[in-house]
Design a protein around this ligand. Structure first.
Ligand code: ADP
Length: 563
């Protein structure tokens, strides 16, 4: 009946835990697990990073173009007009070249007056100048009008002519801007042009821009990042790589990225993760981007691994929490059972001596007992039963005081040998009557110790009572008092039913009673040993048990001599 109620309570607990905690937590963990797996399977982290890279490259390309356009437009504003004299034109062009050392040459073409080409002298030989001038003159005389018409149709009247040339220090990429002038006569083609120095592009223009673009960490300077439109870079919540530095390179679009035109610091080795083909003014070139020292794949792998770890730790924590809750509730259920057992045991314990006392007192009262011997026997039964009753009530009172934290001990210098003798004396008759052989051994010369007389006597009585109650085969009771170094030992041993090993530590818990059938049939409250332990600990000592089932038990109280 009892165990059915308990297992019902346990079942209800498991059900509640399952429905309220495990199910939602498990669902959450499984859903997250699936989610992380799908991210891993579909390479979503890589895709997001690549999308961000693509975006960054678009911005980089725009920045490069707008810088080149800006430089060109600034130069165009200083260009001569058709009405200027030849000297004036030359002077103005010379000024432009001086102010802009990154142009290898600039030129001005007027269909009526021909071409004026101003070289950067240290960048062009006489021969180069001659060849270029000839080339432009022929070209513009043939197609000048057509070019002007084309340019005027564009939102920005500038066209670009990229070219590559092999120089002693490697392949050099350059670009030339050809532009028309607003408000020029339709039938008189007038064109201007500036040609960028390839070495300048390779060594200054591209490296500076790449450095600028890659030095911004995604989160270092949010305002600047925002201005430049980088705010879109890392919009996704879960995947962040703000500390990852970027590296970029510019390389000829047709060639492999092994032959870069320029690259930012920290490129190291390896291929770009995402590439972007540049349009005017740098048509023919491409941009590549990657992380410094890592790859999107590695970042993704780390993220997935971290997510799995977190889920794993969460699962372990959940299981741990469950086990702890289950155990603690189990304990509570067991304690509740022990308490209800205690109530029924105590009521029995109270009822039996009371009934006996009443019965014998009534019999005496009726005056039916004639012999003095019989009368004495009845008196003794009444005395013994009332002693049992007060021992039980004392235990319960002590216990409730301990539970309320109000138990106080009265420590006094005590001759403990005499205390043990006296206590045993008052039980000697009962012990012998029950057929027990009492073996008493008290070492001489035990010094006086400061103890609470009543409490120590109660501990001893509890141990003696237990020995009497739990011995059904060999009726033996041994009591020893001796000194061991700085400790005083009080041993109570029996050759009774003994205690199973796994129960030995629990018998000192309040209300705990072992499962032995003899224990079940013997009345008890399960409080005695918990009191014994409390009393000895209050004296700075402890209680231990040694026991073999079927062979008997030995309880040893250890009390420090100097308290
Ligand atoms: P009670 O004797 O009232 O049940 P105790 O706290 O004194 O309570 O003892 C707790 C339990 O320990 C007992 O129910 C019994 O199962 C076990 N026990 C105590 N003393 C002995 C002993 N000497 N021999 C065998 N079992 C014992």
């Amino acid at each position: 009946m009892k165990s059915r109620r308990e297992s019902n309570a346990r079942f209800r607990l498991v059900l509640t835990l399952g429905l309220a905690v495990v199910l939602p937590a498990l669902t959450l963990i499984i859903v997250n697990f699936q989610h992380v797996k799908s991210i891993q399977r579909d390479k979503k982290v890589e895709a997001l990073i690549h999308r961000d890279f693509q975006y960054l490259l678009t911005i980089a390309a725009k920045k490069m173009a707008s810088k080149a356009y800006g430089m060109t437009e600034e130069a165009r504003d200083a260009f001569p007009s058709v009405n200027d004299s030849d000297d004036e034109k030359r002077r103005k062009l010379e000024q432009i070249v001086q102010k802009n050392p990154w142009f290898t040459h600039v030129f001005f073409y007027d269909a009526k007056k021909g071409l004026v080409l101003q070289p950067q002298h240290d960048l062009m030989t006489e021969k180069d100048v001659e060849e270029s001038s000839k080339g432009y003159s022929v070209w513009f005389s043939l197609e000048g009008q057509y070019l002007c018409a084309q340019l005027n149709r564009k939102p920005k009247p500038i066209m670009w002519m990229p070219s590559e040339s092999q120089k002693p220090n490697g392949l050099v990429y350059t670009t030339t801007a050809i532009f028309s002038f607003p408000g020029a006569d339709r039938d008189r083609p007038v064109l201007g042009g500036v040609s960028f120095d390839g070495v300048y592009l390779k060594e200054k223009f591209f490296p500076k821009l790449l450095e600028e673009l890659t030095s911004q960490s995604f989160t270092n300077n949010p305002e600047q990042v925002y201005e430049q439109g980088f705010h879109e870079l890392m919009p996704h919540e879960a995947i962040e790589h703000p500390d990852q530095k970027l590296a970029m390179m510019v390389y000829p679009a047709e060639a492999e990225p092994e032959r870069p035109v320029a690259m930012s610091a920290g490129w190291g080795s390896g291929k770009p993760e995402v590439t972007y083909k540049l349009d005017d003014p740098f048509r023919g070139l491409a941009l590549g981007i990657k992380f410094q020292g890592t790859t999107a794949q590695a970042i993704s792998r780390r993220w997935v691994w971290q997510s799995f770890m977190i889920l794993g730790v969460l699962s372990v924590l959940m299981i741990g929490g469950l086990v702890l809750t289950y155990r603690s509730v189990n304990k509570q259920v067991a304690l509740a059972r022990l308490k209800s057992d205690f109530v029924s045991n105590v009521s029995h314990e109270l009822r039996t001596p009371l009934a006996l006392i009443r019965l014998y007192a009534e019999t005496l009262e009726l005056g039916r007992i004639t012999t003095q011997e019989k009368k004495n026997e009845y008196y003794s039964i009444i005395r013994k039963e009332s002693e049992r009753l007060s021992a039980l009530i004392n235990n319960i009172l002590d216990f409730s005081r301990i539970e309320a934290g109000a138990k106080e001990y009265d420590f006094r210098e005590t001759d403990i040998a005499e205390l043990v003798c006296n206590t045993l004396d008052s039980y000697r008759y009962q012990i012998e009557q029950q057929g027990f052989a009492l073996e008493e051994h008290i070492d001489p010369g035990i010094p006086a110790v400061k103890v609470d007389r009543e409490a120590i006597a109660r501990a001893l009585v509890n141990l003696v009572n237990n020995a009497l109650k739990y011995s059904d085969n060999e009726k033996f009771l041994g009591v020893r008092l001796y000194r061991e170094q700085s400790m005083l030992k009080l041993e109570v041993s029996d050759r009774g039913i003994g205690i199973e090993r796994n129960e030995q530590s629990r018998i000192f818990d309040k209300f705990y009673r072992t499962c032995d059938p003899l224990v079940h049939n013997t009345k008890g409250s399960g409080l005695g040993l918990s009191l014994v332990r409390h009393i000895t600990r209050a004296h700075g000592g402890d209680v231990e048990v040694e026991s073999t089932p079927g062979r008997g038990s030995k309880f040893t109280l250890s009390l420090p001599l100097a308290t």
